[in-house]
Write a protein that binds this ligand. Sequence first.
Ligand SMILES: [Zn+2]
Length: 101
Amino acid sequence: MTHITCDHCGKQLRSRQDHFVVKIEVFAAHNPAEITEADLEEDHMEAVSQLLREMEDADEADALEAASHHLRYDLCPDCRRRFLRDPLNKDSIHKFDFSEN
Ligand SMILES: [Zn+2]
């Protein structure tokens, strides 16, 4: 049995009910190999599958630059809730702004 821990707080995830997965995709908006606004106006899934096919054809080094980055995190219920409330962790960046206004 594998032991999975929360990637945020390190708590052990004992059961499936405790285990949530966050997947994040990061890609350059200006990259011509990536999805364009025109693609988005068309069928989105088709654009994505075409992109995947193009990436399979691409050089491995090129692909690394152009590719979207897929991040995957295992989270406990508490961290999942925290993530959904503040996916970019803005709270910690702006927390000093909350002083007397
Ligand atoms: Zn956690």
